[in-house]
Design a binder for this molecule. Structure first.
Ligand code: SF4
Ligand code: FES
Length: 279
């Protein structure tokens, strides 16, 4: 069995003579890909169509893109740029919109953990980058998500004494709070919540980052300052306001709850009412 990527008649991409042979058992799919190609931030982008036959259902979505890129490279064409690192659903690097859904059709699944068996033979997959003003396209499917880093940095540090590792039970933490903080800490910063939101809001991300510190005793001293600074930073970075569509929660591969947004709003109102000094 072989895997190759070849052009559709009438498309600008002719990969038929550059087929890449890969042995795999199991079922294969014949797909059409419509991929967003954009050389850089300033360039105008467009969708380019590729024919992708013999795609193993056992491949991950990123492995499928690897196969397409291998054929493009053999042809001497630029491979499709996309972000990836762990390929295990934990780093948050990957992320593309597939047929209008951030990370694709499976719930609680990152693009790297999405397998091609989620698609049907003959499907057309429209693949594009996150669309948000605060996430400018770097190239093709890659976007600049450094705005998230700046939101996290604006939250500052927690005031804890360093030194020897403290005893695990030295600071009692209510089980409910520990669980909620742990759930919020599952956010991998992928940005799907922003891509899914009609207003490109980063509230789910920011609220998760605020919650996992504010819910714990170690995070309480800076609680007010943290929430005000992070909310102001996200606004400054150009993310939209939350409009209660809840698309973010539906798209989040880590199941971050929008209850975190309610908690953030409460914290923010309290901090604004009772005053907080910025560092
Ligand atoms: S809240 Fe969910 S969708 Fe948003 S960045 Fe975190 S993990 Fe990704
Ligand atoms: S590559 Fe790390 S989460 Fe997908």
């Amino acid at each position: 069995m072989s895997t190759m990527v070849s052009p559709r008649a009438g498309t600008s991409t002719d990969l038929a003579s550059q087929a890449t042979a890969v042995d795999h058992g199991g079922k294969t799919l014949h797909l059409t890909l419509e991929v967003w190609r954009q050389k850089n931030r300033e360039a105008e982008g467009k969708f380019v169509e590729y024919d992708a036959p013999n795609i193993s259902t056992d491949m991950s979505f990123l492995e499928m893109l690897d196969v397409v890129n291998e054929a493009l490279a053999m042809k001497g064409e630029d491979p499709i740029a996309f972000d990836h690192d762990c390929r295990e659903g934990i780093c948050g690097s990957c992320g593309v919109v597939i047929n209008g859904a951030a990370h694709g059709p499976r719930q609680r699944t990152t693009a790297c953990q999405l397998h091609m068996r989620s698609f049907k033979d003959g499907d057309t997959l429209k693949i594009e980058p996150w669309r948000a003003a605060a996430f400018p396209v770097v190239r093709d499917l890659m976007v600049d998500r450094s705005a998230f880093d700046r939101i996290i940095a604006s939250g500052g540090y927690v005031s804890v004494r360093t030194g020897n590792a403290p005893d695990g039970n030295a600071i009692p933490i209510a089980k409910d709070n520990a669980d909620l903080a742990m759930d919020a800490a599952a956010c991998i910063g992928c940005g799907a919540c922003v891509a899914a939101c009609p207003n490109a809001s980063a509230m789910l991300f920011t609220s998760a980052k605020v919650a996992h510190l504010n819910l714990l005793p170690q995070g309480k001293p800076e609680r007010s300052r943290r929430v005000v600074n992070m909310v102001e930073k996200q606004d400054h970075e150009g993310f939209g306001s939350c409009s209660n569509h809840a698309e973010c929660e539906a798209a989040c591969p880590k199941g971050i709850s929008i209850l975190n947004i309610s908690r953030l709003n409460r914290d923010y109102i309290k901090a604004s009412l009772f005053g907080t000094k910025k560092p």
